[in-house]
Write a protein that binds this ligand. Structure first.
Ligand SMILES: [Zn+2]
Length: 348
């Protein structure tokens, strides 16, 4: 659906048209929340992964992997944001999220189950991180060789699809009400805690709009654009997971969720409605749930392979194991009898 941009009575842009969004936010470095042009007010730029999280996991000096195979320091990984919007994001999103994510696993899931608002906050936070990560890719070239003409990594993205993510990501600023049918699938699972396992991991899939964040004993897998289709399809698989996950298990579940989302035959259609009576609402028209395996254009094995190939410890068997993963011949979640493969006792 093509929109005109809509402003509020006090001059804030409630809704950017796709064209204005692309020109100002994606190409011209305007504040990604309010749309203020660069140099029109004070900017202090926003970390992609919030500062509290970088500090907690000592990530400021660590390298994030980019799709061009070159690294960038997490601490320098920021996008244009004005000072006002940055502090509003801090107060309304990052401070409550940092409190929520410091809770023990059971209290964390309890807080989400008991409050639609808290669940909505987590959903917005996932959209925010996903959006910021992809906006940043407009700043990186595919090649660092200055002799060559190079395209920005983000130039290959479908920015129309990212427009909806942007609407959710800035909904605290616009006071948009997010209707329940807009909420995506969110899986919350426990992770094994052990000295040999890094306590932070982040991964996303651009085409599927899926995101994985692992923080201590909490694993969050979000599907941002499926209106819970993946959650209802995979409820049986999730029900069979009866213990905390290893890194490979979380990656496998992420690959399964990503593949499931890519296989949806018809997608929800998201739209914005703004009226004097009801304010700004983000809604969705839901199609019937049908799958087309060919539509995914990939397999669970291939998705898992691309994710774990950098994580696997190099041994003489590495090549064979990776080939088997790619061929869908290995599963880490379940044993031959279909029972959950619980690795707690191996890691004592
Ligand atoms: Zn702003």
């Amino acid at each position: 659906m093509e929109y005109e941009s809509v402003k509020s009575d006090d001059g804030r842009t409630l809704l950017f048209s796709v064209g204005e969004f692309y020109e100002k936010i994606v190409l011209q470095n305007h504040c990604f929340i309010c749309g203020a042009p660069p140099h029109s007010k004070e900017f202090n730029n926003e970390h992609i992964l919030p500062d509290w999280l970088l500090a907690k996991y000592q990530l400021h000096s660590q390298i994030i992997n980019l799709p061009n195979q070159l690294g960038q320091l997490y601490g320098k990984y920021t996008i244009p944001c004005c000072k006002d919007c940055n502090s509003e994001l801090g107060d309304k999103v990052e401070i409550p999220m940092s409190r929520l994510l410091k809770l023990p696993f059971n209290e964390f899931t309890g807080a989400l189950a008991n409050s639609y608002e808290t669940f909505g906050l987590l959903f917005q936070w996932l959209n925010l991180i996903f959006f910021k990560t992809h906006l940043k890719d407009m700043h990186f070239d595919w090649t660092m060789d200055k002799r060559q003409e190079s395209a920005k990594i983000g130039a290959s993205y479908t920015w129309e699809a990212m427009h909806h993510i942007h609407c959710i990501a800035r909904s605290k600023y616009t006071h948009a009400f997010i209707a329940p049918e807009v909420m995506g699938s969110i899986f919350i699972l426990p992770a094994i805690r052990h000295g040999s396992i890094p306590q932070f991991y982040f991964h996303d899939n651009t085409a599927a709009q899926t995101i994985l964040i692992h923080l201590d004993e909490i694993v969050i897998i979000g599907v941002l654009n499926d209106s819970c289709a993946v959650l209802s399809t995979l409820s049986n698989t999730l029900g069979r997971i009866t213990g905390p996950l290893t890194p490979f298990q979380m990656c496998e579940l992420f690959a399964i969720a990503t593949h499931c989302n890519l296989s949806l035959k018809n997608r929800p259609v998201f739209y914005s409605e703004i009226s004097g009576k009801d304010g700004y609402q983000i809604k969705a028209d839901l199609p019937t749930l049908e799958f087309d395996q060919d539509k995914a254009g990939t397999t669970v094995g291939e998705l898992l392979y691309f994710q774990v190939k950098e994580m696997i410890t190099k041994t003489p068997d590495t090549e064979r194991i990776l080939a088997e993963i790619k061929d869908n011949k290995r599963t880490y979640l379940f044993n031959r009898n279909g029972e959950f493969a619980d690795h707690r006792s191996d890691l004592r």
